[in-house]
Write a protein that binds this ligand. Structure first.
Ligand code: AMP
Ligand code: MN
Ligand code: MN
Ligand code: MN
Length: 284
């Protein structure tokens, strides 16, 4: 039997992806994905559309989200999977998390202007289809269009990465809130792309220990955001901490993403996947 292809991390134009939720489902299906979760940033408004599209394609879709969290002064992303997307506390919590984005975007526009790149806030808005969800990727697309950088990756390297002068830090949700909203809605909380965080070893231990104490269950091991070295490192972390392992492309766009939907290595066979009991959890 060939292994089922799970892609449990990707984005639509409800956050900073390019495709509509139904287009994400169609592309995933065409790429051979068997089980998909659309995980828009701080937003579940695309979940109904992607599930409906999945149903007509014969693609199994589980609800997903990627919540922005501030932990130890840095941004950490927590993916939620297989929850009730209509849960009132979750929906309200995500709405509150989105609130800071517009004022932050205006501030980022000012920073970029002072760095010689005027009009970036207005320019970024042209790339936003969900007005509450303006983020760094929309700015990156504008700066490429305006000719300041050759591609989105360069924008992050030079101006908008976590330690670059053009980005503005926000106080996102707390880890406790994010895990609480996901668990309260019957889902599973997973640390997204741990290889991306610039934590010191003791901060990583604190993140993993606190996450487990709060009821988090998984980490992403195989993701478009990890090198193969990082995938090996976090496979070891999963073994040491007893985390369930997740797999997701973090696909945003056919032209910008390093990895297309479903096109990434399978999990190491000895890890217990986050989906190991999904047959049992599926609502009757
Ligand atoms: P925001 O939520 O506005 O802080 O934007 C975060 C998003 O920016 C991430 O989800 C990625 O889509 C993108 N991003 C962050 N860092 C990078 C990077 N180094 N390279 C490419 N995209 C990045
Ligand atoms: Mn993103
Ligand atoms: Mn992320
Ligand atoms: Mn993502």
């Amino acid at each position: 039997m060939t292994e089922r292809n799970y892609d449990l991390h990707c984005h639509s134009n409800r956050s900073d992806g390019i495709l509509a939720p139904a287009e994400v489902a169609a592309r995933a299906h065409a790429n051979g994905v068997d089980v998909l979760a659309l995980t828009d940033h701080d937003e579940v408004s695309g979940v109904a559309e992607v599930m409906q599209a999945g149903q007509s394609l014969g693609l199994h879709v589980v609800p997903g989200v990627e919540i922005s969290v501030t932990f130890a002064g840095l941004t950490v992303h927590i993916v939620g999977l297989n929850f009730d997307p209509t849960n009132a506390d979750l929906v309200a919590g995500l709405a509150a998390t989105r609130l800071g984005r517009t004022s932050r975007a205006i501030e980022m526009g000012k920073r970029l202007e002072s760095m010689g790149m005027p009009g970036a806030y207005e320019g970024a808005l042209q790339f936003v289809s969900n007005p509450q969800m303006i983020g760094r990727t929309h700015f990156a697309r504008y700066l490429v269009q305006a000719g300041f950088c050759p591609d989105v990756q360069t924008v992050f390297t030079k101006y908008l990465g976590d330690d670059r002068a053009g980005q503005v830090a926000v106080q996102w949700a707390t880890l406790e809130q994010a895990v609480g909203w996901i668990n309260g809605a019957g889902g599973q909380a997973v640390i997204a792309h741990p290889g991306r965080y610039k934590f010191r070893p003791n901060q990583f231990s604190a993140l993993f220990d606190t996450f487990i104490e709060l009821g988090g269950v998984g980490i992403e091991v195989t993701t478009g955001s990890h090198t193969s070295d990082e995938a090996r490192r976090y496979a070891d972390v999963a073994r040491r901490y007893g985390f369930l392992a997740s797999r997701g492309s973090d696909f945003h766009s056919p032209t910008e993403s390093r990895i297309d939907l479903g096109r990434l290595p399978f999990l190491p066979a000895d890890l217990k996947p986050v989906w190991h009991d999904w047959e049992d959890r599926r609502p009757t």
